[in-house]
Write a protein of this length. Structure first.
Length: 198
């Protein structure tokens, strides 16, 4: 019996070889997978919120990959590793390390030069890293946690509320979130900035 997943709007399907990276063979449904992943993510959240972190540490390939591994490493063998296939969104797989380095450098520049407000810096980073789509799966949840880390650890501001809802399930909040992301794709961040504090 293999892993049979139903995908909702905005989710990236896993390739068959990526599904084979599942470390818990008893998982058979999306609900079971979500439950195990959520436990893993909560462990990662406890780890990161208990740390003192500087921008120069957070905005590195090493930290970004290790965070993904902490979020999904108990569930997926490929956690923290860049995707090896191209997806329905994201840049070409070979460009990932270069695009990520450029994004980290840009974000450090924005912070050092106060180019944007703290919320806008965190949200632009979140949007741009999800557009790169570094990993086979979990990019949305990883990008939201990265934004929370940036806003909380670098700017010492409260975590984002993300519409005060579970964005991994199909609901009104997810629909609004995806609409805000599409606006951000066109360079309009206002809707997303409002949503993350709602």
């Amino acid at each position: 019996m293999g892993l049979n997943l139903d995908y909702i709007s905005g989710q990236t399907p896993l390739d068959e070889d990526e599904k084979e990276g599942l470390l818990i063979p008893t998982i058979a449904t999306r609900e079971e997978l979500d439950e195990f992943e959520q436990q893993n993510i909560e462990d990662a959240l406890q780890w990161v919120l208990g740390k003192t972190l500087k921008a120069e540490t957070i905005l590195t390939e090493k930290f970004i990959r290790s965070l993904h591994k902490r979020m999904f490493g108990h569930v997926w063998s490929w956690a923290g590793k860049y995707r090896k296939t191209n997806k329905n969104l994201g840049i070409d797989k070979w460009q990932i390390p270069f695009a990520l380095k450029a994004l980290c450098d840009d974000t450090l520049f924005w912070i050092q030069n106060e180019t944007f407000s703290p919320d806008q810096i965190a949200i632009q980073f979140k949007h741009k890293i999800v557009c790169i789509h570094c990993f086979p799966n979990g990019n949305g949840r990883h990008s939201r946690l990265m934004a929370d880390i940036i806003i909380n650890k670098i700017f010492n501001l409260p975590l984002f509320s993300w519409g005060a809802n579970n964005l991994t399930h199909q609901n009104d909040a997810r629909t609004h979130y995806l609409k805000a992301l599409k606006a951000a794709d066109r360079g309009h961040y206002e809707m997303l900035l409002k949503f993350v504090r709602s």
